[in-house]
Design a protein around this ligand. Structure first.
Ligand code: ADP
Ligand code: ZN
Ligand code: ZN
Length: 819
């Protein structure tokens, strides 16, 4: 049959390659690459796949099935996206299906196991439905929730996904996603004076007269008029009351008299109100030079590393660049490490570009994700702002990619495959579009810095804060001396305590950083030294005082706090190490009158807790904020006079070749939170190792020396950026089988590698998590070797392991460029 056509389909599976299906002659004229189709798979599964290619090569070895239905009239996936997915799959040793599964919105990707639920009312919709749709709606009405596979039993299998899709589009059913906590817009009360009062003098005089006997109300009304005249912006009642005192009833009374209007605004709408689009700033000399060199590098098709200290004005430069690309009608992808709707960056970008900005929020529900996908496909946005997953949107005409805070480790996906690094993939994606890339950071990753040093990237520096405020003064507090001279209470040295007191006296706020949550990481028996460990993992349990429990931070296991040692029954238990909860308690004890709050994952579990704490801090309702690295990232507070670091040592001693790099970045970032706007701030870092080179460099803001020192070590010991790493992780419940597999693996590779390039099998510092034992093998790709060849060797070795039946149950995970 010469005119039989086949399609290669991408399915959301961990299997390699694409899958071949027959195309019925009726479908053939309508089938396009990038469309969604529903297809049967195995004996009774249904999937939504993407058309990869169309051809006439009949597979010899197996019998093909036919595509069930075409789900779209136009492609939802662009050709560039498919190329990008393939590239990523190859590079990260994932399957194309795994990339598709990660890249494509769940709500557009129905499969047998997808559950749908009914959200309409049955009588109103009857007439609009086809017979098949009606059958499904009826069943849903009875049962509430159905799996796609059950729908396939109700209607002809072939049409199951199509029917679901059409009901979904009509808003009759919904994906039964495990509901992510939805973003609930924050509502605030605002007040405004009725306009007539400000223009009609007679009315004004009458009104003031009427308020003769209510002096408080009169005063408030006049004050409101003054406020509005000075700053034409909605007046938030809570802020007003804070500034001038009084209470809500004042406003209510004025409202009853028809003099003011009280109204609600969602935060997002407020942004609109404040947002008469504002022009970008005039750049200063240093910024202008930076912009000029960036443009020059772009002209020579070079990506640029923009290395600028915090508050040097990088963002203003981004804004200028975005404007230029809009002129050329090109889109900018702006990647941020984390994104929350209240993020200052989002607001700034919106202020300049209004509706042209699409925001990809990680808390978005499925419908919102689909909308963003469709609008990007339509080329409706000129800027898309988002976290690493925003890379997967169907861009049409990408001109510029900005990766802000490019050194951030959250750019690496570590929770599911593919384990990609968004900064690296941004460069790949940009290349497909011939788009320009700018990586920005105050503390660039050594990979990017090395690329800049060797001329692969253009390098542009901003060395001064825009406002010319000096960088905060960083001092080290020697804990050894403090201990010896007893100048320490709990874990707070007297130097830190005094500095806090002084800061508070000056009506400024304090941030205290401790990179560990909970109360104490270890509980220990004073008689026998025993510590309670997690039953599922090889880690001691962390003591959480506020919930009076012991918890594992790796698997979530939780148990009541013991009062007796389980080993010797002694009741003398003590705690070792310090977490944020303990610091909070100590500070409360030291400063009983001050308002102290804590920001870490435990404290932020409640809904909107994060936004609320930030706002309370910004409004200066909190004097001291204690936190983990959550407080270090990208927050721009206006009134922080002092930043204290409780212990820098654990960061430096972490068993990881990147420990020093990360410690420098984190400490510099934390320090950057102090005194940003008008006055120089102060930073105190407590440590047992004040002579440590990294700490010394931090106090001098000496990025270059830090980079030079670390790069020298990396080179000597064969680590990135001088060569690439691939880590292979083996996991199994039985230790002996794990040992055997991992050793066998190394044996297979040994003949091909010099021993300095093949390390392990090694037990990681935590050798068991969730009841699975763990072994790692680290492969370094030699400088002159082809990465593809190394990857092939690894794949072959794994294939050969899989020929042994007992080995197949061992989980093997490959991480290219592990963090
Ligand atoms: P970075 O992104 O490097 O941390 P920002 O762009 O946030 O720095 O700049 C720091 C502060 O200086 C911001 O409040 C910003 O509005 C202001 N700023 C920067 N450049 C200019 C400029 N050219 N004109 C006016 N204000 C500026
Ligand atoms: Zn004991
Ligand atoms: Zn555990």
């Amino acid at each position: 049959m010469a005119d039989q056509f086949f399609a290669e389909i991408i399915l959301p599976l961990a299997l390699p390659g694409t899958f071949t299906y027959e195309i019925s002659p009726a479908d053939l004229p309508y089938l396009k690459i990038g469309q969604r189709v529903s297809v049967p798979f195995g004996t009774n599964k249904l999937y939504t796949g993407i058309v990869y290619s169309i051809h006439q090569n009949k597979p010899e070895l197996f019998k093909t099935k036919e595509i069930d239905t075409i789900l779209d009239s136009e492609p939802l996936v662009t050709q560039i996206q498919i190329k990008f997915w393939e590239w990523m799959a190859d590079y990260y040793m994932s399957s194309l299906g795994e990339v598709y599964r990660n890249a494509f919105p769940t709500a557009l990707k129905w499969e047998s196991e997808t559950f749908v639920k009914f959200i309409g009312t049955i009588n109103k919709i009857e007439e609009k439905l086809s017979e098949e749709e009606w059958m499904v709606v009826n069943a849903l009405d009875k049962k509430g929730i159905l799996a796609v596979s059950e729908v396939a039993k109700i209607v002809e299998r072939k049409f199951a996904i199509k029917v679901i899709k059409s009901l979904w589009e009509k808003g009759i059913l919904q994906l039964d996603e495990v509901l992510k906590e939805k973003y609930t817009p924050k509502v605030e009360l605002f007040v405004k004076v009725i306009p007539d009062l400000k223009t009609n003098e007679k009315l004004f005089n009458q009104s003031i007269d009427k308020l003769k006997n209510a002096p408080k109300q009169r005063e408030t009304l006049l004050q409101l008029i003054v406020e509005e005249a000075q700053n034409p912006k909605p007046i938030k009642i809570s802020a007003y009351l804070k500034k001038y005192g009084g209470n809500h009833s004042l406003f209510r009374s004025l409202e009853e008299k028809g003099l003011v209007e009280i109204y609600n605004l969602e935060i997002s709408r407020i942004q609109k109100v404040e947002q008469d689009i504002i022009d970008s700033e005039q750049l200063n000399l240093e910024q202008n030079q930076a912009l000029r060199s960036i443009e020059e590098f772009f002209q020579n098709d070079k990506s640029v590393l923009l290395h600028g200290v915090t508050s040097s004005g990088k963002t203003e430069i981004y804004i200028k660049l975005i404007e230029q690309f809009i002129e050329e009608d090109k889109t900018t992808l702006f990647l941020l490490p984390e994104i929350s709707l209240s993020s200052q960056m989002v607001q700034r970008i919106r202020k300049h570009f209004g509706d042209k900005v699409g925001i990809y929020h990680s808390k978005f529900n499925q419908n919102e994700r689909v909308e963003l996908w469709e609008k990007t496909l339509n080329d409706d946005y000129k800027i898309v702002l988002g976290p690493r997953s925003a890379l997967f949107l169907p861009f049409q005409n990408l001109g510029l990619v900005i990766v802000d805070e490019e050194h951030e480790t959250v750019y690496k996906q570590t929770d599911f495959k593919p384990f990609f690094h968004a900064r690296d993939m941004a460069l790949v994606l940009a290349n497909f579009f011939k788009a320009k890339v700018i990586l920005g950071s105050a503390t660039p990753s050594l990979e990017s810095y090395h690329n800049a040093q060797t001329g692969k990237y253009g390098y542009v520096e901003l060395t001064k804060r825009f406002t010319e405020v000096k960088m905060p003064k960083i001092e080290l507090v020697d804990l050894r001396t403090a201990m010896r001279t007893k100048e320490i209470t709990g874990d707070i040295s007297h130097s830190l305590r005094d500095a806090m007191e002084e800061t508070i006296r000056e009506k400024k706020q304090v941030l205290i950083f401790q990179n560990r949550r909970g109360f104490a990481p270890v509980m220990e028996c004073l008689s026998c030294g025993h510590s309670p460990f997690c039953p599922n993992c090889d880690v001691p349990l962390t003591f959480h005082k506020f919930s009076n429990s012991l918890r594992c931070h790796y698997c979530g296991h939780s148990q009541a706090r013991p009062y007796k040692c389980s080993n010797c029954q002694s009741q003398e238990l003590t705690t070792k190490g310090i977490g944020t909860e303990q610091i909070e308690v100590q500070l409360q004890w030291l400063f009983p009158k001050l308002k102290i709050a804590r920001m870490d994952i435990d404290a932020m579990r409640r809904k909107n807790a994060y936004e609320k704490t930030l706002e309370a801090f910004e409004e200066q309702e909190i004097d001291i904020l204690v936190g983990t690295q959550m407080i270090a990232k990208g927050l721009d507070f206006s009134n922080v006079g002092l930043v204290g670091v409780i212990r820098a040592d654990s960061m430096l001693n972490f068993p990881d070749f990147r420990a020093h790099e990360k410690a420098f970045q984190l400490l510099t970032q934390v320090a950057g939170r102090a005194g940003r706007r008008n006055e120089q701030g102060k930073v105190l870092i407590q440590t047992f190792n004040p002579d440590h080179e990294v700490l010394q460099n931090v106090t001098r803001y000496d990025y270059e020396k830090t980079a030079r020192d670390i790069l020298y070590e990396r080179k000597s010991f064969y680590y990135p950026p001088y060569l690439r790493l691939i880590r292979i992780t083996f996991r199994h419940a039985k230790k002996d089988r794990l040992d055997k597999v991992s050793e066998e693996f190394v044996k297979l590779l040994k003949p091909q590698f010099d021993e300095k390039y093949l390390l392990g099998p090694e037990e990681p510092s935590i050798g068991r998590i969730r009841n699975l034992f763990i072994k790692n093998v680290l492969i370094k790709i030699p400088e002159n070797a082809s990465p593809q060849k190394v990857k092939n060797l690894i794949s072959k070795a794994i294939e050969s392991l899989h020929t042994v039946k007992a080995f197949r149950s061992v989980r093997i995970e490959i991480d290219v460029d592990p963090q």
